[in-house]
Design a protein. Structure first.
Length: 226
């Protein structure tokens, strides 16, 4: 943990480099290269449920998807990464660095959209580990945030599984898609990251999976011993 901040300097913005693990590669979004693959993985009526708790989506066409994300990138400063499965090269999801505050060493991971091919998979966990490592290990940030609709039990569970600490609820935070949204806040700070990284590294090790790809130990169990 950085306790003496007298020589603190602003950090670089995240999301400018390719991040690659054993299972997935995360690439900075380039619409000319990623447009059709993203829409096939996440767009249309078949994937509408993915966007239920998000401020954006679902997307009826690739044109709409590109317009909405382009506005978020231009106006909101999002740094969006596309997730590609290494085994076959398919685009299987996306996630963004949001609420970027490099002056303070803080950023949020959000707008996390996983196709059915990535949901509940080791690749999905690896994608989040790679994004966190980029923030803490490459850029030396102090704080990494996760925020979600408080009604989104799956997102809250995912945050806690990955090692984010629950910080509380912002009540009546937003009016979103015609209803109230309370927002749940989570974070990892730099002093916590070494233990979180160790647990993620151990869980993602191929030795932790049987021949059918089933985990032998849960991520939470590794964190207890990290």
């Amino acid at each position: 943990m950085m306790t003496d901040l007298t020589s603190w300097s602003p950090r670089a913005l995240p999301g400018n480099k390719v991040l690659e693990g054993r299972r997935v590669r995360l690439e900075p979004l380039v619409w000319s290269a990623h447009r059709q693959g993203l829409f096939s993985a996440l767009g249309g009526a078949a994937h509408a449920a993915i966007w239920r708790y998000m401020a954006i989506g679902p997307f009826a066409s690739a044109d709409i998807m590109e317009r909405v994300f382009s506005e978020a990138i231009t106006e909101g400063g999002w740094r969006t990464l596309v997730i590609r499965r290494l085994s076959d090269g398919k685009i299987v999801g996306m996630a963004s660095y949001m609420r970027n505050r490099p002056d303070h060493g803080s950023t949020e991971v959000g707008s996390i959209a996983y196709s059915p091919l990535l949901q509940n998979s080791a690749g999905g966990t690896e994608a989040m580990a790679l994004m966190a490592s980029h923030v803490f290990d490459d850029l030396r940030y102090r704080r990494y945030e996760w925020k979600c609709d408080a009604a989104n039990a799956a997102s809250r569970s995912a945050a806690e599984r990955l090692g984010f600490t629950f910080e509380g609820i912002f009540r009546q935070d937003l009016v979103m898609k015609g209803r109230n949204r309370d927002t749940a806040w989570f974070s990892i700070i730099d002093s916590e990251w070494p233990a979180r990284r160790a647990a993620l590294t151990s869980w993602l090790d191929p030795k932790n999976f049987d021949e059918d790809g089933k985990q032998l130990r849960r991520l939470q169990d590794f964190r207890k011993t990290a």
